[in-house]
Design a protein around this ligand. Structure first.
Ligand code: ADP
Ligand code: MG
Length: 323
């Protein structure tokens, strides 16, 4: 397959979106944004060896490459609409590309996201996806709106993706069946797109947890000029992770507070919104848990099961932390 056959075969996909006036195949795509809306635009790169193992199932990789970007749209309260994919490929293995493309478009179709363009080059395997979403003018949810006494909420459960990674790196040993379940969380994250949209007008601030709760929540605190107190006992977690809180507390804390790749949403909202948020949780069948509150000051305090402050918080993932 040459470059153009490859693009046509694996990345040109039927599009039923009238807003896409021109998709893959010209020098640029032409799209017509919805009146009364603003565009939310974001991009994310995944490099082999850094963000995924070389032998990761390609369908999972296609899914995750889009999922992490959908998660950014969710965090903004934006409806994801259009994507551009810049792929650097070490090979043109058609079985691999077929699976990658199937994983990608299964998720794209689910959220009616159209792939409108991209770039295809040869090189070390790497995918950079750019996503465009829409939110009604003025309604995108930022990191800067948290206010003192707001509740802090998270969706789903925290730390399972990091636990899977620890097992895959042989730091811990898990029964095969348990590991398979956790690997789903690492390799096939489910972006909280509907939740983000429902949180417009309710959440005062939001982000998605990609680098670990404590580091990511700190971004909200910085942007909003506030502090926070969160309670370890309230952090939602799987039974498997909970068991590690007894047997290997350092690891469990690390997964819960600094584990990357969860792609859950963390958001703040005034206590007056609790009933509305509980209703959203029920209607979407997504667990939403209150884990603490916004305080004045600038610090994040994590309180343990004895009511004491945990002093040395595990650090969030940082690509350049050791430079
Ligand atoms: P140009 O040389 O004008 O930059 P390309 O030859 O790189 O265009 O790409 C041809 C068309 O295919 C363009 O419309 C581009 O957006 C699209 N395209 C290239 N690679 C991909 C990809 N991986 N996924 C989706 N569309 C792609
Ligand atoms: Mg090009």
């Amino acid at each position: 397959l040459n470059e153009f056959e490859l693009i046509r075969h694996f990345f040109q996909h039927p599009c039923h979106d009238n807003a896409v006036r021109l998709g893959v195949g010209d020098d640029a795509a032409v799209i017509a944004p919805s009146p009364g809306h603003e565009l939310a635009v974001s991009t994310d790169t995944m490099n082999e060896g850094r963000h995924f193992f070389a032998d990761v199932p390609p369908a999972s990789l296609g899914h995750k490459n889009l999922a992490v970007n959908l998660s950014d749209m969710a965090a903004m309260g934006a409806t994801p609409r259009w994507a551009l994919l810049a792929g650097s490929l070490a090979h043109n293995d058609t079985d691999w590309l077929t699976a990658f493309s199937a994983g990608f478009f299964a998720l794209a179709d689910r959220y009616h996201v159209a792939l409108v363009g991209g770039d295809t080059t040869r090189g070390a395997t790497s995918f950079t996806l750019t996503i465009l979403g829409e939110a009604p003018t003025g309604q995108a949810i930022t990191r800067s709106g948290a206010r003192v006494d707001d509740d802090i909420w998270v969706s789903g459960q925290l730390g399972d993706a990091a636990l899977a990674l620890a097992a895959m790196n042989k730091q811990i040993i898990l029964p095969q069946q348990t590991l398979n379940g956790l690997r789903q969380r690492l390799e096939m994250p489910e972006p909280r797109v509907e939740l983000g949209i429902h949180l417009r007008g309710i959440a005062t601030a939001a982000l998605d947890i990609s680098d670990g709760l404590s580091g990511d929540l700190a971004h909200i605190l910085d942007a909003s000029h506030v502090g926070a107190r969160i309670h370890l006992v309230d952090l939602p977690r799987s039974q498997t992770l909970n068991d590690f809180l007894n047997s290997n507390q350092a690891l469990a804390l690390n997964c819960l507070l600094a584990g990357g790749d969860d792609y859950e949403l963390c958001f703040t909202a005034p206590p007056s919104k609790r009933t509305q948020i509980d209703t959203i949780a029920q209607s979407l069948a997504i667990p939403l848990t209150r884990i603490g509150e916004i305080t004045d000051g600038k610090m994040l305090h994590v309180i343990n099961e004895n009511g004491e402050q945990i002093n040395h918080l595990p650090r969030a993932f940082d690509h350049f932390a050791n430079d």
